[in-house]
Design a protein around this ligand. Structure first.
Ligand code: E4P
Length: 219
């Protein structure tokens, strides 16, 4: 499973990139606002210099003509920009055109299997189903991931990767990985939770103490 981080905070991206485990980055207008960055295009350029994998940069407009112009600006920033468009008729029209021209497109705000089918037909590189926001309205977000993975598996000619988004906890990641979802994007705090287990802490403390008793040094 590929790991993307869902943030527009440069420091957080640098820290995670240093682990060697980061495959890409997703941003959205809310995350850019939260980061306080004043120049969106420079921000995306900086992120693309830190991470060699796909960096999702979202269009701001909602009509076809303006989205298309914005997409052209965004994809010119760096080779690893994945243009992010909303799952609307206009968004998918932009997706189809860009995908046909070899640009990576991430279709966002997916909440149904039918929407995911449309995105695959539009040639999206990534479909982003939002598990957490579905859970928030008492609908099983992980069931949507299972449905999309199953549907895409039925058609060899669908190259779209399932990018699990709106991830709120490690279970969302683990269960999606069991289903074979290709990618997940999560906030840094959730990615860091994956490292933790109380038995790891307890076991390590015991090993450190016992090693001291040997009176030896490896170096
Ligand atoms: C996906 O690309 C989105 O940025 C994201 O995962 C949204 O998550 P949220 O529901 O936590 O805002």
């Amino acid at each position: 499973m590929k790991f993307f981080v869902d943030t527009a905070d440069i420091k957080e991206i640098e820290d995670l990139a240093a682990t060697g485990l980061l495959d890409g980055v997703t941003t959205n207008p809310s995350l850019v606002a939260k980061s306080g960055a004043k120049d969106f295009k420079s921000l995306i350029k900086s992120i693309c210099e830190i991470v060699s994998g796909p960096v999702s940069a979202e269009v701001a407009a909602t009509d076809y003509a303006t989205m298309r112009k914005e997409a052209d600006v965004l994809r010119a920033i760096a080779d690893n920009v994945a243009v992010k468009v909303p799952l609307t008729a206009d968004g998918l029209k932009v997706c189809k055109e860009l995908s046909d021209e070899g640009t990576l497109v991430n279709v966002t705000l997916c909440f149904s299997a039918g929407q995911a089918l449309l995105a695959a037909k539009a040639g999206a590189a990534f479909i982003s189903p939002f598990v957490g926001r579905l859970d928030d309205i008492s609908t099983d977000g992980l069931q949507l991931i299972a449905d999309i993975v199953r549907i895409y598996d039925n058609y060899e000619y669908f190259d779209t990767e399932v990018l699990v988004a709106s991830v709120r906890n490690p279970l969302h990641i683990i269960e999606s990985a069991k289903m074979g979802a290709h990618v997940m994007t999560a906030p840094p705090s959730v990615i860091k939770q994956l490292y933790n287990h109380p038995l790891t802490d307890k076991g390590l403390a015991a090993f450190v103490e016992d090693w001291k008793k040997t009176g030896q040094s490896i170096l």
